[in-house]
Design a protein around this ligand. Structure first.
Ligand code: HEC
Length: 159
């Protein structure tokens, strides 16, 4: 599999992030480890998912090797235990994570599981090379992002 290097990759990621209308801001603060852990995780998700969205929308030229690489990395990210970033007591600080997460962690976890399933499928479908099927699966994964954000992610920092 080809590795992505240099300016082109960053350009594609930036376009993708813009298409998702998600904030480009990310940070790492060693006094807020869980918050930084989860925000870095979501930033990695967006950096790999955004360019796939841009590609299926025709904003970025289709490059199957890149699509495979992004889908591969998303499936790998899906194996991480993101709930470590939502430990008790990490509901305050620099965060857009709504307090409802800590009131119903099971529901939040099930939305994360749904995303995991979609990202595992995304890798398989992308490897198949059928562009229509890939676009449909990118859409399904995007819905899993949105479904959680609608309930559990605030637009602005909360505290
Ligand atoms: C199970 C819930 C859930 C799912 C699924 C989810 N997110 Fe999020 N996301 C959150 C929460 C909660 C935050 C806010 C975290 C914080 O500010 O502490 C967030 C924050 C973000 C951020 C901002 C990160 C930063 O720098 O602060 C981006 C970008 C993002 N998500 C993208 C995505 C993408 C892309 C997907 C799907 C591929 C996705 N998310 C799926 C819950 C989710």
């Amino acid at each position: 599999m080809s590795r992505l290097t240099g300016k082109n990759w960053l350009g594609a990621a930036a376009v993708g992030a813009a298409l998702l209308s998600l904030p480009a801001l990310s940070h790492f603060d060693d006094k807020q480890m869980p918050q930084s852990y989860r925000q870095s995780y979501f930033a990695l998700l967006a950096a790999n998912f955004g360019p796939m969205v841009g590609t299926v929308k025709g904003e970025i030229p289709w490059d199957q090797a890149r699509m495979d690489s992004w889908a591969h990395d998303l499936a790998a990210l899906a194996t991480l235990d993101i709930m470590r970033g939502f430990v008790d007591g990490s509901d305050k600080g620099t965060t857009r994570a709504k307090p409802e997460i800590w009131q119903d962690k099971a529901d939040f976890g099930s939305k994360m599981d749904a995303l995991r399933k979609e990202l595992a499928s995304l890798q398989k479908v992308t490897a198949g090379g059928d562009r229509e099927a890939i676009a449909a699966q990118v859409g399904a994964a995007g819905k899993a992002c949105k479904s959680c954000h609608d309930d559990y992610k605030a637009e602005d920092y909360l505290y």
